[in-house]
Design a protein around this ligand. Sequence first.
Ligand code: ADP
Ligand code: ADP
Ligand code: MG
Length: 447
Amino acid sequence: MFNKVLIANRGEIAVRIIRACRELSIRTVAVYSEADRHALHAQIADEAVCIGPAATKDSYLNMKAILAACELTGAEAVHPGFGFLSENALFAKTCDKCGVKFIGPSAASIEMMGDKATAKETMKNAGVPVVPGSDGIVSGIDEAKEIAEKIGYPVMVKASAGGGGRGIRMVERPEDLEAAVTAARQEALAFFGNDGVYIEKFIVDPRHIEIQVLADQHGHVVHLGERDCSLQRRNQKVLEECPSPVMTPQLREKMGEAACKAALACGYWNAGTVEFLVDKYQNFYFMEMNTRIQVEHPVTEMVTGVDLVKQQLLIAAGEELAFEQKDVHMTGHAIECRINAENPRFNFRPSPGKITGLHMPGGPGVRIDSAVYQDYVIPPYYDSMIAKLIAYAPTREEAIQKMKWALAEFLVEGVETNIDFQLKLIRTDAFKTAKYDIGYLNRNTLL
Ligand code: ADP
Ligand code: ADP
Ligand code: MG
């Protein structure tokens, strides 16, 4: 096992990784930007290195500074968390060259899955069902039109390099296609430096159900069941649960098998997530694979009892998975609410600033992954997620009840948050009866 790991991230996920390292007796190095001098992750790690100014390109995306920090501190491995450099094949490659272990899959696997159009092709060839659409990136508007006609409207225009719900446009009418392609291209270029887009059929009112996989460097792959992430605003997840209330043992087995196939097809090791859309007839379609730890990983941890971040560390250190598929059991029900510093009444605009008062809920079955504390100043430069609140109980009903009271108890003063919005959401009949799909929060603003 590693002696010292550097965490190339910030916020709650950096804290989460530091905790996992400590339990495995690994020393930790935090890196922080000038805006994050007082951030929790920088305070609780064994060592902390400033890697540059606030702007992410100068700090958390600054490969040279991060690798220099490894050299300086003698860290043998880097955990990239999610976002930032976590799905950057060049970073994985550069780590390798510098003799630093990248805690994630090989650069080749990241490359295969990072380009979403290529990933779809790979999956199709491996026999995994994919959303019907273009074979790879479309060359221009004429090809886009042709394909859209063939598969039928509505269609989705999607950035091949996309992530975080960016570079995606839904198109209902042929006359809107050109503008959507142009807009998706521009957004993709701005966010990902790559303007390739592909086209696929818009699946009407599906659920977003993803499968967690773990694969080691010795060819073993297991899946740890699903997460239902259908509650989204603008293609970004708001609340997740495990198990999915619409899952059946048969469907889980089929989707689990497809996810393991996906991992094997790209020679994968590490924790990973295979995302699917599931329609009302329980047809499922591969959407993308995220080659990293995911925001909503805690719901799977609660239900399976497997610590996914520790597994990432063990796998990267070359160990074999200590269990097989038949050893994976799902018990109870977990729900996660993403708590963001944002103002739902002003179109969910971010609300950075000083937390002047803070009380976080607790008690049996309540878990909080967070990096904020009393008097902490949330900087304006980064993601607005400040905490993840997870409720775990034997049944879905009990988990909902627990979550309601945990949300009601959660107090944040000084900045706006979406806590009341989450409370409204969990109180809806749609949530109670589990009759929601990915469009629910676009049709119902709950304000
Ligand atoms: P998850 O699938 O784990 O729920 P999200 O899609 O919510 O992940 O993304 C997690 C974080 O990573 C968010 O902060 C998001 O903005 C960021 N992110 C996701 N994909 C990318 C990407 N390709 N490039 C940069 N940031 C990304
Ligand atoms: P990202 O890389 O940004 O996470 P995804 O490909 O995972 O992009 O898509 C994000 C979300 O957009 C999905 O969770 C789903 O809600 C919606 N979506 C994507 N593709 C389709 C589709 N073909 N039909 C309907 N909704 C889709
Ligand atoms: Mg996705």
